[in-house]
Design a protein around this ligand. Structure first.
Ligand code: NDP
Length: 329
């Protein structure tokens, strides 16, 4: 038997989440069984714990899109009992049972060996949000960003992706401007390494100007909406925006072609869910090297499986700061 957060759907289509004891025989079929130690909370988890958001295929369901733990059994030669592993993406926790449980059974292809220097707890403080932040920073670097180029903007900075992006960019020697709608997070963001706080309202008005003054040398954007429309017009010549999320809306409001054709600005799409294995390994190794662990510790809000229904509702309302780390045991 093992403990898990189980989401059930009643006849009226309403979902209910509760912590239950499950028989190991109920785990899905796959090559590797992992004793999960920690999981975390992302926006998608909020949907899967609650209304489902069209992501969950069948009920009862065990959510949790990320987990880290130790291999217990494996029929795949790449993994042996005792190996420390991390999993993000691949629709685990949505279409397949996920990490809000003491045990998970998954495909070997979905796992990544945990790099030396990262504990399973630290890996979940990183989670999908942190991995995505690192993939965004790597994409900006691959397109020429280097320290000294000028301020790098991070939007949704007090959220999961934004917090890790802020800490990594600052550690790499970039000047970080952090956009937040929560002024009370200013000290937290400065501690992560932001040198400037930009109030959200400064970037939410939709303007019809074709271009604005060249201000940012790069941007990690979790927000999209009107903010991304404005930011594109403020990018310096031949710089890039890594587009990660849609916390402010799925459209790019007020966007014009002018930044692309007059300033050579790049809009780089970042996907973490189906990302190929080699990119994942590279990003986890970069995180182990470039994410200051003391800053990561400052982002952590500890939680248990029983806390998740409440926290899931909070993240859907944009009320979560930093990274929730769930001790599933
Ligand atoms: P969080 O909820 O932790 O953070 C999002 C942040 O965005 C909030 O903390 C808030 O920051 C800001 N925000 C929220 N609502 C608005 C709004 N209406 N207008 C402007 N800013 C807003 O989520 P994550 O960091 O985990 O994820 C961020 C986004 O990235 C989500 O859309 C998520 O779906 C997406 N994502 C995409 C991935 C990919 O593979 N491409 C992987 C992971 C996440 P503040 O309070 O500082 O203003």
């Amino acid at each position: 038997m093992f403990k898990a957060l189980v989401v059930e759907k009643d006849e009226d289509g309403k979902t209910h989440a509760s912590v239950q004891q499950l028989d190991e025989a109920r785990l899905p079929e796959a090559e590797v069984t992992v004793a999960v130690e920690y999981s975390t909370l992302n926006y998608k988890d909020g949907l899967c714990i609650g209304p489902g958001g069209g992501l969950v295929r069948t009920y009862p369901h065990v959510p949790g899109i990320d987990f880290a733990g130790t291999v217990e059994e494996s029929s795949d030669p790449r993994y042996r009992p005792g190996d420390r592993v991390v999993l993000t993406g691949w629709r685990v926790g949505e279409a397949h049972w996920g990490g809000y449980a003491q045990k998970a059974r998954v495909k070997a292809d979905w796992l990544v060996p945990l790099p030396d220097g990262l504990t399973t707890r630290a890996a979940m403080a990183v989670g999908t949000a942190g991995l995505t932040a690192m993939l965004a920073v790597m994409a900006l670097e691959d397109h020429g960003l280097k320290p000294g180029d000028g301020p790098v903007l991070v939007t949704g900075a007090a959220g999961g992706v934004g917090s890790v992006a802020t800490a990594v960019l600052a550690r790499l020697g970039h000047e970080v401007a952090a956009v937040t709608g929560r002024p009370e997070t200013a000290d937290y963001l400065r501690d992560l390494g932001a040198s400037r706080i930009v109030p959200r309202e400064e970037l939410t008005e939709v303007t019809r100007k074709p271009l604005e003054s060249e201000t940012w040398a790069g941007c990690v954007d979790s927000v999209a909406g009107a903010m991304l429309g404005r930011i594109l017009k403020q990018m310096k010549y031949r710089t890039s925006v890594a587009a990660v999320g849609l916390a402010g809306g799925a459209a790019i409001e007020g966007a014009l072609i002018t930044p692309f054709i007059l300033r050579g600005v790049n809009l780089l799409g970042i996907d973490s869910v189906l990302r190929p294995y080699q990119d994942r390994v590279r990003a986890w190794n970069r995180l182990a090297a470039d994410l200051p662990l003391d800053k990561l510790e400052a982002m952590i809000r500890p939680a248990t499986l029983a806390d998740l229904p409440g926290l899931g509702a909070d993240i859907l309302k944009g009320r979560v700061q930093g990274r929730i780390v769930v001790d599933v045991n």
